[in-house]
Ligand binder design. Structure first.
Ligand SMILES: [Mg+2]
Length: 183
């Protein structure tokens, strides 16, 4: 069976970060126009203030799965070995890493019960690991994958197709497209 690495943030779920961000900034952020590489850039200079407000909040509480993710992953799990590979410590350290790790674990168990917890890999450096297929919304995380699928998000929208082509990366718009490619 071939192996698939699946990223969690912005591929399985968007979590509640956007809601927290809107609440903190007191306005609705338009991610399509304001989003640089990290949404965290929008709170630049106010990290400590943000952190003290939100460090005990659960980023995944009641967060919906991204459309068709459950159904497609369920089908894929019958044909591939699926590993969820996700970072729980962020550079800015906005949320307590030990809580973030626990919240991610519990969310995955509850939402995707057909993927065993021994297939969760919590790490910062995904490019160290080889997989037959990698699905992620960040280009550098796709390194070391035989097939590289970039999950489209506002953050990677502006990367030119030519650059993706050179790196052997295919942009996928949604989970249905992943289903068509892999099944
Ligand atoms: Mg991600």
């Amino acid at each position: 069976m071939k192996t698939i690495m699946v990223d969690m943030d912005n591929v399985i779920t968007d979590g509640n970060f956007e809601e927290y961000l809107n609440e903190f900034l007191g306005r609705k952020v338009d991610l399509n126009t304001e989003y640089n590489y990290f949404r965290q850039e929008l709170i630049e200079g106010r990290e400590e203030e943000f952190k003290s407000f939100y460090e005990n909040k659960n980023l995944y509480e009641n967060a919906p799965l991204i459309k068709d993710c459950y159904e497609v992953l369920k089908k894929l799990s019958e044909n591939y070995k699926i590993y969820i590979v996700t970072a729980y410590i962020w550079k800015q350290n906005l949320f307590k890493p030990e809580e973030n790790l626990k919240n991610k674990f519990l969310y995955l168990q509850e939402q995707l019960p057909f993927i065993p917890p021994v297939h969760y890999i919590f790490t910062e450096n995904k490019s160290l690991m080889h997989f037959d297929i990698k699905i992620d919304d960040r280009v550098h995380n796709l390194e070391n994958g035989d097939m590289k699928l970039l999950f489209a998000t506002p953050s990677n929208r502006r990367i030119p197709d030519e650059e993706l082509k050179q790196k052997g990366i295919t942009r996928v718009e949604n989970w249905k497209e992943i289903e068509r490619i892999l099944l």
